[in-house]
Write a protein that binds this ligand. Structure first.
Ligand code: FAD
Length: 167
C-alpha cells in the first residue's frame, strides 16, 4: 500500500529512502512496488492536489469535465499549420493518480501474441504473456457481471484479476 508522507523527518529513520517525483500512473506503481519492502520508505512528491472525494475523477468517460480544471496541467500544443494554426488542448493529469485520474478509464491490454512478440524483439522472456499475466491480474479489480443468462460465459475468469482495488 502506498502511503504518501508529508514530512521528511519520517524518511530520516528509514533504512532506505526513495523519492518518487510525480504520483501519476507510473510513479504510483513504482512507489507501491517499492513500499512492499518494509525497510524502504517512499516519498511521493505530486505537483497537483489529491484525487480523494473528487466525484468527477471516478465516473468513466466524464473526463472532459476535468479539462481546464485544477486537475489538468492545461497544456496546449504548438500551433498546428494543418489546423489553421490552432493550438488544441493537450490534457495531462495534475493530480494524484496523474493522467489516470482524468482519463476515460478504458482498460486495454495487448493480446498474448503481442506480449510474446515484445519478448522476442527485446530478447527478454519476462515479457512473455505467461510471465506478464500475473502482473496484469494484480493490477485489475474486475467486477463480475450478474450471474444471469444474459451474461453467461461473457468473460474468462482465468485471465482476470479481482482484488487490485482491495490491496
Ligand atoms: C484525457 C486522457 C484520456 C485517457 N484515456 C485513457 C483510457 O481511457 N485508458 C487508458 O488506458 N489510458 C488513457 N489515457 C492514457 C493514460 O492515462 C496515460 O498513458 C498514463 O496516465 C500516463 O502515465 P504516466 O505515469 O506516464 O504519466 P501521468 O499519469 O500523467 O503522471 C505524471 C504525474 O507527474 C506529475 N508531475 C509532473 N511534473 C511534476 C513535477 N515537476 N513535480 C511533481 N509532480 C509532477 C503530474 O501531476 C502527474 O500526476 C488517457 C490520457 C488522457 C490525458
Amino acid at each position: 500500500m502506498v502511503r504518501v508522507v508529508g514530512f521528511l523527518s519520517i524518511l530520516a529513520s528509514a533504512t532506505l529512502a526513495v523519492i518518487v517525483v510525480g504520483g501519476g500512473s507510473a510513479g504510483s506503481i513504482i512507489a507501491s512496488r517499492l513500499s512492499v519492502n518494509s525497510h524502504v520508505s517512499v516519498l511521493v512528491i505530486e505537483g497537483g492536489p489529491s484525487h480523494e472525494n473528487e466525484v468527477d475523477l471516478t465516473i468513466p468517460y466524464i473526463y472532459p469535465r476535468t479539462f481546464h480544471s485544477r486537475f489538468d496541467w492545461n497544456f496546449t500544443t504548438v500551433p498546428q499549420p494543418n489546423l489553421n494554426n490552432r493550438t488544441p488542448i493537450y490534457p495531462r493529469g495534475h493530480v494524484l493518480g496523474g493522467s489516470s485520474s482524468i482519463n476515460g478509464m478504458t482498460l486495454n491490454r495487448a493480446p498474448a501474441s503481442d506480449w510474446d512478440k515484445i519478448a522476442t524483439h527485446t530478447g527478454d522472456r519476462s515479457f512473455r504473456w505467461e510471465n506478464m499475466l500475473k502482473y496484469i491480474k494484480k493490477n485489475e479489480g474486475f467486477n463480475r457481471p450478474p450471474n444471469t443468462l444474459e451474461y453467461a460465459n461473457s468473460y474468462d475468469p482465468s485471465v482476470h484479476g479481482f482484488n487490485a482495488d482491495k490491496i
